[in-house]
Design a protein around this ligand. Structure first.
Ligand code: DCP
Ligand code: MG
Length: 398
């Protein structure tokens, strides 16, 4: 199937948000950035860009060019929230999303345009969804690869929607200046121009990449491919983790309640540690118990506050287990956490839990340095001493 890649990029992102939230700024030059004398422009509205103001320019310079501009500090929390909203919309279309920054992402939309009248209609649909949900405009490019998709979203900004069809890749890029090649900065542009290459088409007309080696070194193949509209890089989407769990099939069935208790502590420890490694906290805790006759039972509980604490996992796991009233030998136990909440910026409501968290993190650090088991609570210590590990039966699930 033909690959189709989409690039979505919000127009003048921070400045557009400020114009959205303050109607009196609409149609006027808005500059968002650090406002001290040493501050720089994060972004400028298109009205300000007409006067020559652009990202990374000093605020002092911007004020020279645009003395009547509206100068604002960034409101990052608002931009983050909008970024999540846009991400959620893109997720309705595909899980294959590679975010590049707060306001920009690649999407692998291969096969999707079949549900629309074509890639243009697909791009239009996402653009409209973003507009309806956020009141902000995204420029969108749809093309056979990442390089062309990014180029396509940029070329008709603001409010652009451009499709580069199969078969027109090289033709599309040929008239553009060499600086439009991804990764060609001012330095490389100068070197290419000095060698007589001004347009991308001039590079593409070379019989092979060899001639470029003396000008751009090991970038020769990449540039030569791009100049012909070729770019095989995949969309590097983040794999979404939905649950984290550990389970273990025992060599000898378990019957002793003390041993079983210790196993739950062991699972709580393992799973909590993996949650912390992934910066995740979960609200749903599930246990799995398989008996020697292969009957299998699962139970789960949703707790109020998302956790990555082994104490909490242990307590809930034990409680679920005790309710089962078990009287058969056990072949397998497992504990899984799901229903994740973002952990960053979130603080625990209880001081007690905070100190538990600090302790847990300190233990993780020591284990990372000296190996697992260096700091062990009594229950785990006993477990490690008592039995040979059954690691080959051990399953980590994601
Ligand atoms: N940004 C920044 N500093 C920079 C470049 C960007 O702080 N040197 C911030 C402000 C931008 C946001 O990142 O609003 C997105 O960057 P873009 O390069 O996509 O620029 P814009 O979205 O502002 O404009 P456009 O995409 O329309 O060119
Ligand atoms: Mg942008």
């Amino acid at each position: 199937m033909r690959r189709w890649i989409m690039h979505v990029d919000m127009d003048a992102f921070y400045a557009s948000v400020e114009q959205r939230d303050n109607p009196e700024y609409r149609g006027r030059p808005v500059i968002v950035g650090g406002l001290s004398s040493r501050g720089v422009v994060a972004t400028a509205s298109y009205e300000a860009r007409k006067l020559g103001v652009h990202s990374a320019m000093s605020i002092v310079k911007a004020k020279e060019l645009c003395p009547d501009g509206i100068y604002l500090r960034p409101r990052f929390a608002v931009y983050h929230a909008i970024s999540e909203q846009v991400h959620e919309i893109m997720h309705r279309y595909t899980p294959y999303i590679e975010p590049l920054s707060l306001d920009e992402a690649f999407l692998d939309v291969t096969g999707l345009h079949g549900q629309f009248t074509g890639p243009y209609a697909l791009g239009k649909a996402i653009k409209d969804d973003i507009w309806k949900a956020t009141g902000l405009i995204a420029s969108v490019g749809v093309a056979p690869n990442k390089y062309l998709a990014k180029l396509a979203s940029d070329i008709k900004k603001p409010n652009g929607l451009v499709v580069i069809p199969y078969g027109q890749e090289a033709q599309f890029v040929a008239p553009l200046p060499v600086k439009r090649l991804w990764g060609v900065g001012r330095h490389m542009e100068k070197r290419l121009q000095a060698a007589g290459f001004y347009t991308i088409g001039q590079l593409a007309a070379l019989p092979h990449e060899g001639a470029l080696k003396s000008i751009v070194g090991n970038q020769a193949k990449r540039l030569y491919d791009m100049a012909r509209g070729i770019d095989e890089r995949p969309v590097e989407y983040e794999r979404q983790i939905h649950s984290i769990g550990n389970e273990l099939t025992y060599e000898h069935d378990l019957e002793d309640s003390e041993v079983i208790d210790r196993e739950w502590y062991y699972f709580a420890h393992k799973v909590a540690k993996r949650l912390r490694q992934h910066n995740l906290k979960g609200r749903t805790i599930a246990i799995k118990v398989r008996f020697n006759d292969f009957e299998t039972i699962s139970r789960q509980k949703r707790i109020e506050i998302a956790t990555d604490s082994e104490e909490t996992l242990y307590r809930v796991g034990m409680m679920l287990y005790n309710k089962l009233n078990i009287n058969k030998p056990i072949r397998l136990l497992g504990l899984t956490v799901s229903d994740f909440a973002e952990t960053w910026g979130q603080t625990s409501l209880f001081e007690e839990e905070t100190s538990q968290e600090d302790l847990a993190k300190a233990v993780d650090g020591l284990e990372a340095k000296f190996g697992e088991g260096i700091v062990m609570k009594g229950a785990l210590w006993e477990r490690a001493n008592q039995q040979k590990r059954e690691e080959e039966n051990h399953n980590e699930t994601i």
